[in-house]
Design a protein around this ligand. Structure first.
Ligand code: OGA
Ligand code: MN
Length: 219
């Protein structure tokens, strides 16, 4: 069944079903040609239209413990707040996916944060986890790619390791419209250097960690 979001972005429930089945059975999902084409094209144009000034060197940690560490990651990022039409459509599509996964997998996903990321040639993001066990924060990671005509020889693979011990991993080419979803606490992963500039959107669903009057997510 296909429903429509604002601006005619289709919601492909068969795609959402494949993602949910994969998350349930193996904890991660890699779907090629998955992002709705109109949405992918709009995000691609938005990403290209943004000036260098809008991107900032990515860091590690949030607010008070934020650190830039160029040994770990060399990408540049810009958070998506929905003020552009493409950003707003992206947030509605990711909200539809959240609702679907909550209904089908009972994940209790609550908030979502995401950013555009550009890796210049040679840039990388060393092996890392997006969340740490026991710190109820990021539950599910979502990545999509905005790189037309990406070839194996261009590099820039996302390598997903299926356990702490896994040294080989699963390699994903950052091809236009590929969508990757994985449990944030379970899968170490890294981004290999590319020979071309590599554009992606990385996002995270979080559970509601509000305790007392400490509001989650942190501002
Ligand atoms: C991240 C990340 C993966 C990618 O931003 O945390 O792992 O393929 N990105 O861009
Ligand atoms: Mn990551």
């Amino acid at each position: 069944m296909t429903a429509l979001l604002a601006d005619d972005i289709p919601v492909d429930t068969s795609l959402f079903t494949r993602i949910a089945d994969d998350i349930y059975s193996q904890g991660y999902s890699v779907q090629e040609y998955a992002l709705p084409e109109a949405l992918a094209n709009a995000l691609f144009l938005q990403n290209n239209a943004m000036s260098e000034a809008e991107f900032q060197a990515a860091g590690i940690g949030r607010s008070t413990d934020f650190q830039e560490n160029s040994f770990v990651r060399r990408d540049e990022i810009c958070w998506i707040d929905g003020s552009s039409a493409a950003g707003a459509d992206w947030l509605s599509w990711t909200a539809q996916l959240k609702q679907f996964l909550n209904r089908n997998l009972m994940l209790g996903l609550y908030s979502f944060e995401s950013h555009f990321a550009v890796y210049q040639p040679g840039a990388f993001y060393k092996r890392h986890l997006d969340a740490f066990k026991g710190q109820a924060n990021r539950v599910l990671s979502l990545v999509t790619y905005l790189n037309p005509d990406w070839q194996e020889a261009d590099g820039g693979q996302l390598v997903i390791y299926t356990s702490e011990e896994d040294k080989t991993g699963i390699r994903v080419l950052p091809k236009f419209g590929t969508v990757v979803v994985f449990l944030s606490e379970e899968f170490p992963h890294e981004v290999l250097p590319a020979t071309r500039s590599r554009s992606s959107i990385a996002g995270w669903y979080r559970v509601n960690g509000t305790i007392g009057d400490v509001i989650d997510p942190p501002q």
